[in-house]
Design a protein around this ligand. Sequence first.
Ligand code: GRG
Length: 303
Amino acid sequence: FSIRHQIHHQTVVEEQLDPFSLVADELSLLANRLRAMVIAEVPKLASAAEYFFRMGVEGKRFRPTVLLLMASALHLPLPVPTDGSLGDAVSSELRTRQQCIAEITEMIHVASLLHDDVLDDADTRRGIPSLNDIMGNKLAVLAGDFLLSRACVALASLKNTEVVSLLATVVEHLVTGETMQMTTSSDQRCSMEHYMQKTYYKTASLISNSCKAIAILAGQTTEVAVLAYEYGRNLGLAFQLIDDVLDFTGTSASLGKGSLSDIRHGIVTAPILFAMEEFPQLRTVVDRGFDDPANVDLALEYL
Ligand code: GRG
């Protein structure tokens, strides 16, 4: 990560930075708060809901990292400390509200993963058995619902109707993206426009709208809020494009689940779409579907 800091028009430092280390303390606080937020009356539900918040299986925490960095960036804490910490020029109450967005976003994200694994009948997630694999589909669905409900309560506590509306719409977008993926016609499956729209709903909407929410809570202007949204949108789209490539190039160990899972589920992603632009005959292979492993192998020859 090469980051150029230009702060109050005076300092320009170019250095290699690990963005996760910049917010390491806040991320471990976030992990503790998430575990505390999903305590439930019924012990089985609590242990199901906190399954992916346990130590060592928290995932990459990409979204909270982006949001915590966004929160710091919008407050421009000065100066950038050389010891890697962010410094704190921000009132703790404001900061807590922004951390709350990071927690809400992670709860919505994990809820969507739990439901996604049920829909896909996936047995592995983050390198461990999926929740549906060890506790069954019914509890996995309920745990996802429970996380969403806790996210709603946390959202309401922010007492900002614009932010509530943004993140509630994200849940609709996740459902829309997933439904688009499930119900594609052959022409849609092979259209880059359809792919980008679906990718916005499934991945980029959560990142872009939560970035915007951070800007709103930071009291920034509408112009800055729109820029934060655009930043999150582009980052989200790029994240999914890379995720799609990794599905072809990664290993079970690096992905935490089996590779080639998209194509095996008949999901046509960016690498196939780009290859199809160069090799139009690939369309015939795609149209045959991927139930037959030999057809998967044939498609891979074009990549
Ligand atoms: C219940 C909110 C809700 C939605 C239901 C199932 C569904 C509708 C939506 C699925 C959306 C989905 C799984 C999108 C994929 C997003 C994505 C890129 C996931 C992988 O994110 P990483 O790599 O995962 O950040 P980790 O494990 O690191 O957190």
